[in-house]
Design a binder for this molecule. Structure first.
Ligand code: OSB
Ligand code: MG
Length: 376
């Protein structure tokens, strides 16, 4: 019987093509933890931890993830080498919180398990939807606030993405960088699918400011208010015509259900790392799909490892809006896996077993700043 014998943590440093500024801070490089789960048959599975190096988007951060993985999560699975995905999921639930760390470990083990069975992640995730799972997904792109705060720089960047074929543009906004850039992009591309993301930068008193963007025909506004303010989002949703979409707030199936019940959100951004894994991500998808609520797949500047798994998730039938599933070259000159390349604004779902890709050893070695092996 296959067991998980060893877990290796790889910390890598990936320079970004250009700085990525949001309302919570600026990143120049991505400090990323990859988890490798190695079976008793010598098969490796991979998972990416989407935490950032500082707790700006959520409370998780890379040093904290290394600690909770090493001290708490990895020991729970190495005790008996459990590989069954549902059992791994139940096991990790004994630790409170830390969804990004859990997702990385759960995905690595799931990938290893699927590889030993020669089954693709997309077929596993989409098992309830035979014949309805896509083999390519529509891609959008998230556009940061230009560090110069220059409109012409923003339009140049967006123009590059439009030319590359992206099917939807998302603009990061914050007070002081909102209606003006949104208007400039809308006037330049009257037909493009356009949405905004505030990453919690507004307050309950800002409804008029946000309503001022209703005239730009936006698909949605993502996470305008603080994460815990579901009722604030519900009140705001009554004040503006642009649909409210929650990202940071949706941390579990139960919260998703509550947010829908109080009408705090009418569209959901599903990010596996934020909700604690691909199994939970599918549950939220199923809940929304049953209720006719649209979902789309978010992103966290993933390498090819996380991107591969996200593309598989985004192939499920409820993902009807383009996701933040951009090509590798949106963020990185060199990806740690073979690059994901856009084809007519779409990415292909990998055809190989598991997540379908793995790191290129020489590139991984070059990018690695630290690694640790944890054994049974
Ligand atoms: O809020 O969706 C977000 C990146 C890091 C943290 C939070 C967010 C984002 C993005 C980029 O918007 C999504 C991507 O292209 O991966
Ligand atoms: Mg967001």
């Amino acid at each position: 019987m296959t067991r998980i014998d060893r877990i290796r943590l790889h910390r890598i440093d990936m320079p970004l093509i250009r700085p990525f500024r949001t309302s919570f801070g600026t990143q120049d490089a991505r400090d990323i933890l990859l988890v490798e789960a190695i079976t008793s048959d010598g098969v490796s599975g991979w998972g990416e931890c989407v935490a950032m190096s500082w707790p700006g988007y959520s409370y998780e951060y890379v040093d904290g993830c290394v600690d909770v993985l090493t001290e708490h999560l990895v020991p729970l699975v190495l005790r008996d080498g459990v590989v069954d995905p549902l059992e791994v999921h139940r096991r990790l639930a004994r630790v409170q919180g830390h969804p990004m760390a859990k997702t990385a470990l759960e995905t690595a083990i799931l990938d290893a398990w699927l590889r030993t069975r020669s089954e693709r992640l997309v077929d596993f995730l989409g098992a309830e939807y035979p014949g309805q799972v896509r083999d390519e997904v529509d891609c959008g792109v998230s556009v940061g606030i230009p560090p110069s705060e220059s409109l012409s720089e923003l339009l140049d960047e967006v123009s590059g993405y439009v030319d590359a074929g992206y099917r939807r543009i998302k603009l990061k906004i914050e007070p002081g960088w909102d209606a003006q850039p949104v208007r400039a992009v809308r006037e330049t591309w009257p037909e493009i699918l356009l949405q905004t993301d505030a990453n919690q930068a507004y307050t309950r008193g800002d409804a008029a400011l946000l309503a001022a963007m209703d005239r730009f025909d936006l698909l949605l506004v993502e996470q305008p208010l603080p994460e815990d303010d579901l009722l604030g989002h519900a009140a705001l949703a009554r004040e503006i015509t642009t649909p409210v979409c929650l990202d940071e707030s949706i941390t579990s199936v139960a919260v998703a259900e509550t947010a829908l019940a109080v009408e705090a959100t009418s569209v959901i951004n599903i990010k596996p790392g934020r909700v604690g894994g691909y199994l939970t991500a599918v549950e939220i998808h199923d809940l929304c799909h049953q209720r006719g609520v649209v979902v789309w797949c978010g992103g966290m500047l993933e390498t090819g490892i996380g991107r591969a798994a996200n593309v598989a998730l985004a192939a499920l039938p409820g993902f009807t809006l383009p996701g933040d599933t951009s090509a590798s070259n949106r963020y990185y000159a060199v990806d740690v896996t073979p690059p994901f390349v856009l084809d007519e604004g779409r990415l292909a779902v990998p055809s190989a077993p598991g997540i379908g890709v793995e790191p290129i050893p020489e590139i991984l070695a070059e990018l690695t700043t630290w690694s640790a092996l944890i054994e049974r």
